[in-house]
Design a protein around this ligand. Sequence first.
Ligand code: HEM
Length: 402
Amino acid sequence: MSAPSVEAFWVDDHANPYPSYDRLRADALVPHLLDDVPVTLITRYEECAEVLTGADWGHGYAEGISPFRDTVAAIPGSFVRMDPPEHGRLRGLVNKAFTPRTVADMVPLAQSVVDELVTEGLRRGEIDVLTGLAVPLAVAMIPGRLLGAPVADGPLFRKWQLAIARGSDPDHLLGPADIAARSAAAQECLAYFHGLITAKRADPTPDLLSELIAVEQAGDQLAEREILGLCVLLLVAGMETSINLIGNGMLALLRNPDQLALLRERPELMASAIDEMLRYDAPTQFTIRVALADTTVGGHRFKRGDGVVVLTASASRDPLVYPNADTFDITRYDGKHPARRHLGFSLGLHYCVGAPLARIEAEAAFRALLDRAPELSLATETVEYQPSLIHRGILSLPVRLS
Ligand code: HEM
């Protein structure tokens, strides 16, 4: 096996990476160079699931064994790249914001935001599902509702999270301008949230950020720099992904009119349709892990400190696990078929903590569009993807509503 360059299969096929993933899956494990570091791409479902749920796998920054760029050093508190016990301490603190009950309380807000935006779109006969619906919805729910920040600062949040999300790609794929934008966004964002924390210390509000400040004030469980990192993590992990679920999902429905018609006919399929969107065209295409001990996966030996790229978007199209894996089928997760869980929200310890919130945002957006617009059609010939590899999302999706 020789190490292919990343350009050979991701960058050239950026608009549609799935045929490249198909070719890669000929081998379950593919050697690869990422930022000049030799890593292994894990291409198939079984091996991806094994790594994501395996006790021998994690991130290894605390032990200094990770071959990957240390994002935890850049953003303290970013528990998505931490191992136990630190991971559990921080995840436990934000978990309560995402219980089914807390998230259910956010449904009316999501619905009212979406209704207003769709009403406006109906007046014009057109809506941009990205910039005119998914982005303002995510701003209202994440910085707005969770962190208690003013939604009028939406353009700033979008600018920062886009720059940081783009910056999470391997450095050798980024230009100097991307790297500069990533650092500037992180600094501005940290300074912004420092100001917000100071304001909330004096005047707490009913949101997760004020609760985190109360934990910090109660003792030595949480430091302010960690709260700042949590704000950045929630902003980036929450906004970019939930926006792209709505964009990628709407595009899949528009390109598969039989599935769109079926969803109108059988609205009870909404939850299954959202899972299928996450399987078929996932907002997060891959993640990384590091062997924390000498171990094996798929019969291949890994040494402590070896890095892997877990290609979850490829695993979710693995024909060994999914019949007709390239078909968008909104009944796949209706409970009547034995469909394997998709990897769109990952698996194991780092399974997406915000998944219930992502689902209510997407459901509110799709219900409003389907219920209130009797005709939906693409108002553009071309769909342009963001340059990011890890995050798959389109920049704009104008749709006619009548
Ligand atoms: C469709 C939308 C979403 C997708 C596709 C998504 C995807 C993911 C994935 C794949 C991971 C795991 C990464 C890994 O295993 O390395 C993850 C973790 C995480 N997500 Fe999401 N996410 C979404 C929405 C959200 C939302 C709305 C929030 C919060 C507001 C959020 C916050 C997080 C956090 C904090 C983690 C870290 C969990 C941990 O490490 O324990 N996500 N997400």
